[in-house]
Write a protein that binds this ligand. Sequence first.
Ligand SMILES: *Cc1c(COP(=O)(O)O)cnc(C)c1O
Length: 469
Amino acid sequence: MSSPAPSTDQRGGDPQSAKSRLVLDAARRAATYIDGCRDRGVFPTRQAVSDLARFPRDLAREPVPAHEVLAMLDEVGSPATVVSTAGRYFGYVNGGTDPVAAAAAVLVGAWDQNVALPVMSPVAAHLDELAARWSCQLLGLPDTAVAAFCSGATIANLTGILAARDALLHRAGWSVERRGLAGAPALRVVASAEIHASVVKALRAAGFGADQIERAPTDDRGRVLVDRFPAVDDRTVVLLQAGNVDTGHSDPFDQLIPVVRDRGGWVHVDGAFGLWAAASETQRHLVAGVESADSWATDAHKWLNAPYDSGIAICRDPEDLRRAVASHAAYLSTDAERAPAHLGLQMSQRARGAEVWAILAGRGRRGVADLVDSLCAHATRMAALLAAGGARVLVPTVLNQVLVRFDDDETTDAVIAAVQADRTCWVAGTEWHGHRAMRVSVCDAATTVTDIEIAAAAILRCRRALDVT
Ligand SMILES: *Cc1c(COP(=O)(O)O)cnc(C)c1O
């Protein structure tokens, strides 16, 4: 038989369809963007932001050709981006984009696969399963655990909390699926006083208000204090964290989790970025014992540098997850198979697992460990350089978070504002135990030692400039 014909558009005989020309144009523009953004300021110029007014405010009455839409997106949009993928963005724990994942996203976008059910996309389902299993292995979590991709750690936290709620009530003889929550036995919620705002939001969505949360006191690094931890029972959901968003420190899992589980309680761990410490031999000790929890939330779009949005909800016992989130319509039944629609809150969903697969397939175990180690080393170096230049490091630097302060609240805020205006790098401010602080989150895989040195020098230059003016 003859080989397949060269790529001809079946309808018109055009060697390249309009659709593929458009994708090539987008890829070319993306490549130009990637090569150019290293040479410009991290935050867009004021001009670029005010030029956003060039996007017409009113919806067009008639269709506009696709290539014109793409051109406008690039010409007006690209200069107004925050460059979070070129090594010098340290604001929030956002993460950059692994090159292979950015490239895979182009292909996966063309595929347009719905990973809800395996029958909708064999390839998306297969890669989803591999990426989920590899993630659990890298994080040192139990073989029995099931992982499901979702939009981010907020939804992964909600998923874990729903699994916890419904499992504890199930053990108490109450089916939330049939009877709902009104009249159900009361559950307690004990959370670290430092728990992330997204967990409080997730609790609210699961039916627990802020006043119902018992806050477990924490130490000066943001870790739960074991000797002041409330006594719990088999109706208690406990929320701990791997990686405090300001300090990077984790709760003492090996001292807390066994006690809670012995008493029949449930431990959920928010490890949006910190859980990845487990993938490194040298950092693993920071989250020792985390594998004995009941559920975990993490992100692939943070430390792993997957494209947005990509969270992972993980549950020790798959049955507990299914009880809380599986749907039962007959046309969706896929009993024997792993179906993401039955492992999370979303039904239709893009093939996030395929992008994560690309990252993990490319890096392997060693590459992920090296990524964790390198961002930790960069953070340590940043802290040392800032300290040498007169900053006070507020908390011993672990993982990828650096928390510093300059003189007083006013000076600290002034330095942060100056750094943001300078655009060499970007850092955010925060409040730590009543004081203003600068938070430097090292989470872009593209960051190099040189980036750290250039950024530290820029921060210290901004500090010194305050003395002159
Ligand atoms: C970022 C973060 C979250 C929220 O994650 P999203 O992916 O933005 O929803 C939750 N907890 C911690 C500790 C985080 O750093």
